[in-house]
Structures are given as C-alpha cells and as structure tokens.
Design a protein around this ligand. Sequence first.
Ligand SMILES: Nc1ncnc2c1ncn2[C@@H]1O[C@H](COP(=O)(O)OP(=O)(O)OP(=O)(O)O)[C@@H](O)[C@H]1O
Ligand SMILES: [Mg+2]
Length: 313
Amino acid sequence: MTDILTITPNPAVDLSITIDQMVDTRKLRCSEARRDPGGGGINVARVIHRLGGNCLAVYLAGGGTGQLLQQLLDAEQLAAVRLAIAGETRENFSVTELSTGRQFRFVLPGPNVAQNEWERCIGYLEALAEPARYLVMSGSLPPGIPVDFYARLARVARERGTRTVLDSSGPALASALNEGVFLVKPSLRELRELTALPLHEEDEWRDAALEVIRDGRAQMVALTLGDQGALLVTADATLRAPALPTPVASSIGAGDSFLAAMVWALNRGADRQEAFHYGVAAASAALLSAGTGLCQRADVDRRYQEISGRWRR
Ligand SMILES: Nc1ncnc2c1ncn2[C@@H]1O[C@H](COP(=O)(O)OP(=O)(O)OP(=O)(O)O)[C@@H](O)[C@H]1O
Ligand SMILES: [Mg+2]
C-alpha cells in the first residue's frame, strides 16, 4: 500500500541558469543549465522520498519533455506513475542574476489536456486496490482540465477514506475547498485572493483561516507567510511559527517542502505541532539550496531540532 499519493496534473521540467546581469537587447551569456523535475505534487513526492516516506507520484505528461521528466524521476528512484498525454509537457525557466541575487521565474501554461486524459487520472484513483492514506493535490491546472478537477478527486478520495491535502490557487483552490479537504496550504497571497480581502493584520489572517474551517471547507489551514513564517489554524487552536533566520539562496520550492514535510510527519503519527514544525524546518532547509533545488534531509533534521528547542524554552 502507498501511504501518500501525490497528483500533479501540470508538471514541468524546471530549467535554471545563472547570469551576471540581466540587460535587454544584448546577448546574455548563461551558465550551464540545470534541469530538475518540477510541479507541485512531484516536488512534494521528491521531498517525502528524501525524508524516507512511502510515496507515489502520479502525473500527467507527454512529448519529449515528458520523457525527460520521467528519466529525471527515475534517476532519483522516485516511485512514480506517468499517465501519458498527447501534449508536450512544459519547461519552466528561472534565471538568477548573480550581481544582485534577484531571481526571475518564467512559468508556462502547460499543454492542453483532453477530457479522456484527465478522466483517466480520476479513474486511476478510483481503481486503486488499496486507497492511500493521504492524497496531495498540488499545483496549477493546465488548459483543458476543468476547474473542479481537484474537487472531483477530493470527492473520490473522501469516499475511499483518504485524507486530502490541497495546495493550489485561484478557482481550482476555491472549488476543491467547496468540496472539503483535510489540509489546505495557501500562501498569504492565495488566501487574499480566495477571500477577496486585503488581510493586513495577523488576527485577520487567523479569522480568514478559521472561516474556512467553520464552513467545513478544510479541517486544518497551514498559512505560509514567506519571510514571516507560518500559521497553523484548526478548529480549536492556532499555532504561530516565525521564519527561521536563513540565508536565502532561492525560495523556489519552499512551499512544496513545507507541505511535504508536514504530510510526511502527520502520516507518521506526529501531532499537529510537530508536523507544523517539520513544515517550517523543511521550508527553511529548502531556502539553502540554489535554483530549483529542494531541501536535504540532514538540513531538515537540524532545523527541526532548532525549532523544537526554541519552542520548549
Ligand atoms: N525569505 C524567507 N525567509 C525565511 N523563511 C522563508 C522565506 N521565504 C519562505 N520562507 C519559509 O517558507 C515557507 C513557505 O513560503 P511561502 O509562504 O512563500 O509559500 P510558497 O508556497 O512558496 O509561496 P507561493 O505559492 O506564493 O510561491 C514559509 O512559511 C517560511 O517558513
Ligand atoms: Mg505555493
């Protein structure tokens, strides 16, 4: 049986390069490109795998980039199932400007996915002989996939006794929340968009999260706040964790690492405070790695010890 299954409808190969300085018109001489697997659910699965968890990444991919993605995942020995599509999987592109440390991230929409292709993905979940304990739905939806795709998956999962975890934005996020999930991880930007409120103050953040819970749209809200840390809200408690002071090589993958470590810990029976602290630890560990790199286990463990030590004091 798979403990944690992640679904990525719009994966990518992430291409990252560095240059000295961004200027227009002139040819910019780049470093050699680094290619990493990408897409929310795929990144979550890679981190859970690194942490030693039992995880399966299910993703929709096609074309030459889809094949490359599969090779990159095989090289990491990640348990993964590719559901083939006719379209060409996207390549995202990030540029780090060495003279300033600024990072530019170019994100493509992804290929068109046909109805029978995305329906196969729902069918896959329905046909699993043994349902997973957790289903992580993460990332954007490519063109052609209806906005209620995650909501449909959430319904199937609930009927099979699987806990659902959601990290998305815009209409896909709103629609899945209307179906109801176990854990949702919005960033502050995503929560503002969801509520259509400016949400300036910390108590407004907590109240907005509580409203999601009271409506039955989620049982837990992990609100990530960038360099301000994170907030975990459940019906009966709110936990606040400041961000750990970390030299930021790149913030790409911080949210995915956060979510992965939290789900990994919950699946091992951790209580919500421990799981939340693992999330913050993994997010902070992800900041240490350049480009699209994710967190390393040793860094996560070290940062977790620091956080749990601070909390006890
Ligand atoms: N500059 C930073 N300094 C310290 N910690 C950070 C920083 N940026 C992110 N983090 C950590 O990473 C976590 C996740 O980051 P963030 O809130 O930006 O979510 P995200 O999902 O990566 O964002 P988005 O989806 O908007 O790109 C934060 O809760 C925090 O713990
Ligand atoms: Mg995010």
